[in-house]
Design a protein around this ligand. Sequence first.
Ligand SMILES: C[S@@+](CC[C@H](N)C(=O)[O-])C[C@H]1O[C@@H](n2cnc3c(N)ncnc32)[C@H](O)[C@@H]1O
Ligand code: SF4
Length: 443
Amino acid sequence: MPWYERPLLTVVRREYAAAMRFAEDDASAVMPAPPAAPCQLYVHVPFCEVLCPFCSFHRVRFNPAKTQRYFDALRREIALYHDAGFRFCDVYVGGGTPTVDADQLIETLACVRARSPVRSISVETNPNHLQPELMHRLRDAGVTRLSVGVQSFDDGLLAGMDRLEKYGNAEQIRQRLAAAQGIFATLNVDMIFNLPGQTLAMLEHDLDVVLSLGVDQVSFYPLMTAPSARHAMQKTMGLADTRLRHPMYERILDRMLPTYRAASAWCFSRNEGMFDEYIIEQDDYVGVGSGAFSYVGGAMTSTTFSLQHYCRRVEGGHNGITQRRMLSIRERMRYDFLVRLFGGALTQAQVERRWGRGFALRMAPELLAMRLLGATRHDADAIRLTRRGMYCWMLMMAEFFNAVNDVRERMREHVRQELETWNEDARVPTSAIGRVRATGPAT
Ligand SMILES: C[S@@+](CC[C@H](N)C(=O)[O-])C[C@H]1O[C@@H](n2cnc3c(N)ncnc32)[C@H](O)[C@@H]1O
Ligand code: SF4
């Protein structure tokens, strides 16, 4: 493990746990003011056919009889934002598995496109949904990027992740991906490295397969585990050897960079201009659906994690937001520093446009520390990541998502009974709906 890894993680862990602390328990009926320009829309579809043990996203087991009401609420919520003056240019549909109900998904995409000047639509899916007819329907519905969760091309690891049976074995996945190429402007493959039991040789094999397929884009995520979910995951999958994280990441860069461009510290694209879900050009984004985060006008919000409560709220004419926190200027600067450099560079023009001279003053400790560490290079027009910086930013972003995942896990704990049964009759104490208490240290 590089000498700087532990101190860096200690610092950012504290910072992100504090940053993800929501202050208000119920931001009922709060509709943020729309930004001047069209922004990004995130649509959350929480249904999955099989629940993977490593995943801390907001997901429930797919129940075909019960999805209609949720999708109706999604479309209603999108219309509410539109009526409030929001317009959306880039749409990202994530989950869960958004393609579990293709008809509902396509109707929802049509609902957004009818109201907004949409230029790109990205949709997440699983390998068992790579069926030619479905893919062509999605393309005709405006989908420009399909992101397929593969995780690994090792059958043993797929079995350990509980994905082999439902989503297919490595060879089946490889063949389906080969057939899917060329349908969408961007075909992305999601991989995970540093999984429990994964060796460097297994990763090398994953890289061989990914490179031989030559897909448009590959995302290599480090295994991210919310502190609250670590124990459960350990029981089913075992422990990851974190000492392998750095050599594995170096190997990924060695193999990917000759033919791919780093669109972010963990996403590699063949061509310029391909969309990486974690790089958001617009400052603001709106999340709709249950368990979706938004960042609008410097405020971070979350919708309720109870699917029932979400549907009831939207049916009553409100958006799903139940948690809100206004970020301080310094927190917003830090977030910008994290997200922009994760994409490779923070340009002078971006700093001028958003923050002016105050940025260099307020962010002096971070700017100096990362420069001394050799993680950033200060050019005349931009601050850029070095190769060491790519590793640092990959670690920091993973810690950021660990903090987000921790919030998700704790929010989900309050509605566990409902989520496990996805049962309309399950009793959800109103005092617990969407309520979260951060356990991390305040700074
Ligand atoms: C949330 S899933 C949604 C799409 C689809 N259901 C799937 O499984 O791919 C999107 C991606 O997130 C990544 N992911 C989920 N849990 C993760 C974790 N604990 N650590 C790293 N990546 C994770 C996986 O690569 C997954 O493909
Ligand atoms: S990784 Fe994908 S399929 Fe697995 S539980 Fe998470 S969202 Fe569902």
